[in-house]
Design a protein. Structure first.
Lengths: 250, 264, 617
């Protein structure tokens, strides 16, 4: 513990907590030019991140090169991190304010990193079954779920994936031919991008060792011959049984 | 002026006069100086921002785990989003962040009118963000109803089956139903887990939109107080903290935009 | 330690003038109520928290007694001769043979709370579901509404500014807001109970929490209650961090702070960093339940284990939100009541921060049975790190006692009990952290006993110790040491009877959360239930001691135990603004060898000795 010392040594009326120079930074006025330049850089990086994503897509569709999954995430997150750092330093004034604020934010990011790291560490290795326990893994599947409101007269209990249920229902409603026409318009549509680009297998599913056998067979998309769900059949899936659906009331 | 402090200083009545409000401000009775109060409020607000970041951390973590489990569902789901709306919203939010920072600068320099104008611009940008989100993104995806001047509409012209509100809205058959979880009813999905993608999309953007609304309310409050000349070079804590909050909203969107719109 | 005007302060405290005490009523009854309801005074808010927490402790305690009463007797289905309702005699059929019927015996809750529609109970399910509700109620109330806010929000609110020599916490209005948020969250939880209760367990694991009770809103209400309580916790923690940073008295450096402040600071860091995650978790859980979004639902591609990660990322650190303040209280009580400088001040201070850091690395040990093998192994290894800072603390407290001038006051008695109980709780945590033994003990009564030794033997016991330590300061009244000690011993006996038996039950295989059990466990369950009622008797004794103290207690001196921290420099009870003048710190909080305590008055301190070499300032 500190040795007793005289009052005069300790107490400075103007700076009672001994914060020294920090408080004078509290009212730093950032130059207007700096703010404008930062905005310009941020807008430029927005263009870069969109461009990078388009470029990756162009590589995949035109050159038929399947980029690894992490490339997209890595590039996008790197640019976003640079943008975020600029916002933090200049718009949120971390560069000029009391360092304790930066420390608070860094500890928050540390907690975030720990959260993400350990959760992923567990969930991404859960499929790796120790060989000695392999025989304990049992087959599973989906339980009965509802499509739409769970209760009430409109409740529809289904025992298949909702995606399959609604597809079957639409085909019953409009017929296969019309369904395919609609699908062609809707999935290569005005929303800026296309599905299942030509030349790409489109299958990015990870190899998940120890995956419960049969877990996906009930829910994988049915191969109804339109050719758009080539990846669906790569799961080795069979068309889901449509007769399980119990449309209660229409 | 801040919502975080106590301003029960009995001296408050003694210094009334023709001075503007910000010059008459006195720190709470337990503070030794206004500087210390400002510093403490900023630290307190940064701690609050840390909690906000960790709130979104849950969403980002769920996103990561579920995308790891179902990469194709996420790639397919993302392709229903139009990156152009996302990029436009990013630009809108970045500009609003700039105007917010500039408005703080204006109050620091006692440029009252400029400060108010910039606050108003920030508010309008927030409003534009929400309008784009709800009109061009949420509504068509959930219900299939497009607003009639939506540029995407010409592509679906052959599927328009209904009009509403005197032609202001047009309905595209089969487009809607991209709803989260069990409310999903879109018939043309290509991956079994697409409902999950929509769950993540609506949770993340919905909670973000809620923060935009909260931020806009704070800005509106600041604007009202600024008209009473409550902020000036020696006292602008509330604008400063509102600005921090607004930048955080921007910060979250900087990450949400590529994660939701630019994956394939 | 001195104030700028020591003589005036001495007069205020030493002779019991209470003009300007924060407890002095402002006008009539309604005016006083309004004054308390709108106060921004940290002391009043601390007292309001104390009252609210004790009320919730009473509710949670009732649920605990319901659980123990149900377990007094195993549930059996027996065949008995039917009774004719008309004659009241045993029924006989036409052949003269007795008419037999099956009957459920041993279900206490089902007898107390019959079905709402008045129908006869024909299945054990009804009683079992009541039991599920009772233990969920007990767990949720005790964790979210009692233990988490107990020491931080009540004693912390009251004493952090006093110990720092400040007039108030950094954001007084925010402080009041967090009390109201706490009350709102508690009302949600109580409403959920009144509507029929929740049977998910306090952890709200999916799919229990998304599929059970489909027709009721109870789960959503309870989850929203916990969500709202989280905000209260965050705001309190945020407030304390800023207070510690910005409002220390002149001359008080970081290492001149009392160890209670260090512990509360570490607690607040955890509250701020961990609580938001439970916020988003519970929000997603509400969405999941109301809209079935599927994030935690494997049928829609989600992952129920993801929920467990989310939940324990908060709820493991929060275990240290519960225990760290207790460490802080013990670090105050032991030096003061043994009148000796704390051994290893910096080690204890850094151990608090160490616990806070480690708390974020070990949450997976709650999920050994559900997580993957690599995750479980890593988390098991990291879990043992917890033992280091906690053991540092325990050893330092024991070293502080060594050659101290120990006064067996009620707070000290409780502190010693804490050392004993917490050591048992801590050491039984080690076999649970070890992967191999945990898979045997997982979800058994061993776990139940372990966390009750830590949570109740650690936190609740220390909360009571802290109340006895600071009661004279908070209310300006002394209490009967004799009866308080009787209460303490009763609690100690009752506690060990209740929970030590459960270690045996657990190792023998009794699973937790079961309403019934096989005959072999009967004896130990009976002892455990008897113990829980002894515990009740002990707490009732304390309640009467406190009420008697408020009504007829002798006036407390300003510094009844001879403490050196700044709160003992204020009057008992403190004035509105805590101190007449801003105190200036000139010595450490535990320099008993060199300092005479403030307001020194020999007749008040019959139980403590001051070393001959010490000098008054």
């Amino acid at each position: 513990m500190s040795t007793p010392h005289s009052t005069a040594e300790v107490f400075n009326e103007l700076d009672p907590h001994g914060f020294g120079g920090y408080t004078k930074h509290a009212h730093h006025v950032v130059s207007g030019t700096v703010l404008k330049v930062i905005l310009g850089i941020l807008l430029a990086f927005t263009v870069v991140t969109v461009g990078a994503a388009q470029f990756e897509k162009w590589i995949e569709t035109s050159l038929a090169i399947q980029l690894p999954h992490w490339v997209n995430v890595f590039i996008a997150m790197s640019i976003a991190t640079v943008k975020a750092t600029l916002v933090l330093m200049y718009f949120m004034l971390l560069r000029y304010s009391n360092p304790i604020n930066t420390i608070v934010f860094l500890f928050c990011l540390l907690a975030f990193a720990l959260f993400l790291f350990f959760t992923l560490l567990d969930l991404s290795t859960r499929g790796a079954i120790n060989p000695i326990k392999a025989h304990q893994v049992e087959a599973g599947g989906i339980g009965g779920i509802t499509a739409g409101w769970r209760t009430g007269p409109d409740a529809i209990l289904i025992s298949q994936a909702p995606v399959v249920f609604w597809r079957e229902r639409k085909i019953t409603e409009v017929g296969q031919k019309r369904f395919d026409e609609m699908k062609a318009i809707l999935s290569h549509g005005g929303h800026g991008s296309t599905h299942a680009p030509e030349g790409s297998t489109g299958n990015r599913s990870l190899n998940r060792p120890g995956l419960t056998e049969g877990l996906f067979s009930a829910t994988a998309p049915a191969a109804h011959g339109s050719g758009h769900d080539a990846h669906g059949s790569e799961h080795g899936a069979q068309p889901a049984p449509a007769h399980n659906a119990e449309p209660a009331k229409h | 002026m801040t919502t975080l402090d106590s301003r029960s200083n009995p001296l408050g009545q003694d210094v009334q006069g023709s001075e503007p409000l910000w010059k008459r401000y006195l720190p709470g009775h337990h503070w030794r100086s206004g500087e210390e109060e400002f510093d403490a409020c900023t630290l307190g607000f940064w701690l609050f921002l840390a909690t906000e970041v960790l709130l979104f951390a849950g969403l980002f973590c769920a996103y990561t785990v579920l995308r790891y489990k179902h990469p194709e569902a996420f790639a397919n789901g993302s392709s229903y989003l139009d990156w152009r709306w996302g990029a436009l919203n990013t630009v809108v939010l970045l500009i609003s962040s700039y105007t917010m920072a500039a408005s703080i600068r204006a109050f620091q320099l006692n440029h009252q009118k400029q400060g108010r104008m910039l606050l108003a611009t920030t508010f309008i940008c927030g409003l534009a963000f929400l309008l784009i989100k709800f009109t061009f993104e949420y509504t068509p995806k959930l219900s299939g109803w497009f607003i009639s001047f939506d540029p995407a509409l010409h592509h679906y012209a052959s599927l328009i089956d209904k009009e509403g509100m005197w032609g202001l809205f047009k309905h595209v058959e089969g487009y809607g139903g991209k709803a989260p979880g069990q409310f999903f009813s879109y018939a043309f999905s290509e991956d079994a887990w697409e409902p999950l993608w929509w769950s993540v999309y609506y949770c993340a953007t919905g909670i973000h939109a809620l923060h935009v609304i909260i931020g806009m309310s704070l800005i509106a409050w600041c604007f009202r107080r600024a008209r009473m000349l409550a902020y000036g070079p020696s006292h602008y804590t509330m604008v400063e903290n509102t600005g921090l909050y607004w930048h955080l909203v921007d910060l979250i969107w900087i990450f949400l935009f590529p994660l939701l719109y630019l994956i394939h | 330690m001195t104030t700028l005007d020591n003589s005036r302060a001495h007069e205020l405290g030493g002779h019991g003038h209470h003009e300007g005490s924060y407890l002095t009523p402002k006008g009539g009854f309604l005016a006083t109520v309004w004054d308390w309801a709108t106060t921004v005074d940290h002391k009043k808010i601390g007292v309001m928290y104390m009252v609210a927490v004790l009320f919730m402790f009473f509710l949670g305690g009732l649920a605990a007694l319901a659980v123990r009463t149900e377990l007094l007797d195993p549930v059996r289905t027996v065949t008995v001769q039917a009774i004719d309702p008309a004659t009241g005699k045993p029924m006989i059929d036409a052949d003269g043979k007795p008419v037999m019927k099956t009957q459920i015996v041993g279900q206490t809750l089902a007898r107390w709370i019959p079905p709402r529609d008045g129908s006869e109970i024909t299945s054990i399910d009804y009683g079992n579901q009541l039991y599920n509700r009772a233990f969920t109620l007990h767990g949720a109330i005790m964790v979210f509404m009692v233990i988490i806010p107990s020491i931080p929000a009540s004693l912390g609110n009251f004493f952090i500014p006093l110990m720092l020599g400040a007039k108030d916490v950094a954001f007084p209005r925010l402080n009041l807001l967090s009390w109201y948020i706490y009350v709102t969250g508690s009302i949600f939880a109580v409403a959920s109970i009144l509507l029929g209760g929740v049977d998910t367990g306090w952890t709200f694991y999916t799919p229990y929490s998304t599929t059970t009770d489909a027709e009721h809103a109870n789960v959503v209400l309870m989850v929203l209650g916990a969500f709202i309580l989280g905000f209260s916790s965050i705001l309190t923690g945020l407030n304390f961090i800023v207070t510690v940073h910005k409002l220390r008295a002149p001359g008080m450096g970081w290492f001149d702070m009392p160890l209670f402040i260090w512990a509360m600071y570490s607690t607040s860091v955890i509250q701020v960093l961990a609580t938001p995650v439970i916020g988003i978790t519970l929000l997603l859980l509400c969405f999941e339940r109301m809209f079935r979004i599927g994030i935690f639902d494997p049928a829609l591609g989600g992952d129920p284990v993801l929920y467990q990660h989310f939940f324990w990322f908060y709820s493991h650190p929060v275990v240290y939100v519960m225990i760290l303040p207790a460490f802080g209280v013990i670090s105050e009580i032991i030096p003061v009541h043994s009148h000796k400088k704390i051994f290893g001040y910096r080690a204890v201070a850094f151990a608090s921060l160490g616990v806070a850091l480690v708390s974020f690395l070990v949450w997976g040990h709650h999920m050994f049975a559900s997580s993957g093998e690599l995750g479980a192994t890593v988390f098991s290894a990291l879990t043992f790190l917890v033992a280091i800072p906690t053991a540092v603390k325990v050893f330092n407290w024991i070293a502080t006692l060594y050659k101290g001038s120990i006064a067996l006051t009620t707070p000290m008695l409780y502190a010693l009990m804490f050392l004993f109980l917490f050591s048992i709780g801590g050491l039984t945590g080690l076999p649970l952290g070890a992967l191999a033994t945990d898979l045997h003990l997982h979800d058994s009564y061993f776990v139940v006993a372990h966390f009750h030794y830590v949570m109740m033997g650690g936190t609740i016991i220390t909360f009571v110790a802290g109340l006895h330590h600071w009661w004279p300061k908070m209310f300006g009244k002394m209490y009967s040491q004799f009866w308080a000690n009787v209460g303490a011993w009763t609690v100690f006996v009752g506690f060990n009877l209740t929970f030590f038996t459960q270690f045996f039950l657990g190792t023998q295989g009794m699973p937790r959360r079961y309403a019934s059990y096989v005959e072999e466990y009967h004896t130990l369950h009976v002892w455990s239930t008897v113990g829980s009622f002894v515990l009740l008797a002990g707490f009732l004794i304390h309640l009467f001691v406190f009420i008697h103290s408020l009504v007829a207690g002798r006036k407390a001196p300003a510094n009844p135990w001879g403490g050196l921290t700044l709160e003992w420099e204020a009057a008992s009870p403190p004035s509105e603004h805590n101190f007449d003048h801003e105190p200036i710190v000139t010595h450490g909080p535990y320099d008993f060898e060199t300092t005479v305590p403030p307001h020194w008055n020999a007749k008040d301190y019959a139980m403590t000795k001051v070393p001959a070499g010490a000098h008054a300032h």
